[in-house]
Design a protein around this ligand. Structure first.
Ligand code: MN
Length: 459
């Protein structure tokens, strides 16, 4: 395919260029005024941006939560990803307590077979593991790990485990990603709220204050510094947490940070509204000024990536809650947390380009290049250089897309952006040279997506 007349934006900057994809599913040529070959399909990209396929490094396409479960799976979630311009995702596998990590990986691998775009896996440990567990994962291309500092009942690990996994990961070139919130203090605040009869949705945010996020970020930073390892904070949601990230970076700690579109566009006021339960996610939505600071962090480079933490629920499941009550959840601690987002990430970050908060180059860096580099997918992913996978998004900066659930492809009946319209949406999306979405509709096939064994980057 020859993509002609567009404006290419990638690591080499923003310029007029044609892009040719080859029969091997890779970028064959990038240059000016390329001539069409015999029988070659030519796409006119005049007035479009031509950018690398999006790389979403934080998804939950399989996530059981008590009596309910996240409502997308690898078939529906990857189709939605394709429509929105994401051609690679990295899903969090969880090895629950007592479960062997490689068994969890095998189970997730089987679930991922219907994927329509490419995918990799992170491994979540929920208890102490030996260095062998880390080595086993790295050997299989699972080069990043996840540890929770929250949810003591199910997922949280102690600082002793964090230090041990940081050390093991560093020896194998892997990267530890961390959910940074002080789980024990949050437990105390939740118990206190319930004891005082404060059970409503807003207590979800009241019991997870930003200072408990910031404190956890600082703890990770000092552990990583002492061990001499890199670390990556997932879903940074608040200004104090961002300040803690920045402080660590400025003293030389290899600390990276991710944020998500919901923390850039939505605020805690939503929790008090009629549909408040639909906006429960963790960390919680914050007051609007935090979002302003996060945009500044994206433009300044303190925040490296934008991923989604995609984890949707249906209205029925959200109401039933994690205990599956027919009459609905009894208090805020039972509301399943997570928001849909895998389809809307590129558009929601592009809003920042339109508003002059970030450049188009920043947008590509945050949504494709940096996640690919950080998680060992570069240069096959996140790049339009010759030889890279032909994962290409033809982005129409003027195309308008309603962001209500009925107009999108994620398997959920609520969109956090209900009633709003994005300007800027993919016209054509390629994954390894194959069209996977066209004009806002899925055009791929289940099973096209391949598992990507990722490289250990932090040697
Ligand atoms: Mn998550």
């Amino acid at each position: 395919m020859l993509i002609r007349g567009g404006t290419v934006v990638d690591v080499d900057g923003e310029r007029a260029a044609d892009v040719r994809t080859g029969p091997d599913g890779r970028i064959a040529e990038v240059g000016l005024a390329l001539a069409a070959g015999q029988g070659e399909e030519v796409v006119d990209a005049t007035s479009w941006l031509v950018v690398p396929g999006g790389v979403d490094v934080h998804t939950h396409l399989h996530l059981p939560l008590g009596a309910v479960a996240a409502s997308d799976d690898f078939a529906t979630g990857t189709a939605a990803a394709a429509v929105g311009g994401t051609t690679t995702l990295v899903e969090y596998v969880t090895a629950y307590r007592g479960e062997r990590p490689l068994d969890a990986l095998a189970a997730w691998s089987a679930r991922a077979e219907p994927a329509a775009v490419d995918y990799g896996f992170h491994m979540t440990f929920t208890e102490a593991v030996g260095e062998g567990a880390v080595a086993d994962c790295v050997e299989r291309g699972v080069t990043s790990f996840k540890l929770y500092m929250a949810y003591p009942d199910t997922l949280q690990v102690g600082d002793d485990v964090i230090v041990a996994v940081l050390r093991a990961a560093a020896r194998h070139g892997g990267l530890v990603t961390v959910h940074a919130e002080n789980g024990w203090e949050i437990e105390a605040l939740r118990r206190q709220a319930l004891a005082e009869g404060r059970t409503g949705v807003v207590e979800h945010a009241n019991t997870r204050p930003a200072r408990l996020e910031a404190g956890a970020v600082s703890r990770v930073a000092s552990m990583a510094e002492r061990v001499g390892a890199a670390a990556y904070i997932v879903h940074v949601s608040s200004a104090p947490a961002l300040a803690a990230v920045r402080e660590a970076q400025e003293r030389g700690v290899a600390l990276m940070a991710e944020t998500c579109p919901q923390y850039l566009h939505l605020d805690a006021g939503r929790l008090a509204g009629e549909d408040g339960e639909q906006f429960v996610c963790t960390p919680p939505l914050r007051d609007p000024w935090h979002g302003e600071e996060l945009w500044h962090g994206l433009a300044s480079g303190w925040v490296h990536t934008v991923a989604t933490d995609h984890c949707p629920f249906t209205r029925v499941d959200r109401r039933r809650g994690v205990r599956g009550r027919e009459g609905g959840w009894a208090d805020f601690t039972e509301i399943p947390g997570g928001l849909p987002g895998i389809e809307t990430r590129l558009a929601l970050v592009y809003e920042g380009v339109r508003a002059g908060r970030i450049t188009a180059g920043d947008w590509v860096r945050l949504c494709a290049e940096a996640p690919a580099r950080t998680f060992g997918l570069w240069p096959a992913k996140g790049s339009l250089q010759v030889g890279a996978d032909a994962d290409v998004v033809l982005w129409d900066p003027e195309r308008r897309q309603d962001l209500d659930a009925a107009s999108l492809h994620m398997r959920t009946d609520h969109s956090p952006y209900e009633g709003t319209t994005a300007t800027g949406w993919p016209s054509l999306v390629l994954c390894r040279g194959r069209v996977v979405a066209r004009d806002g509709a899925f055009a791929g096939e289940a099973g096209w997506g391949r598992y990507v064994a990722r490289q250990p980057v932090f040697r």
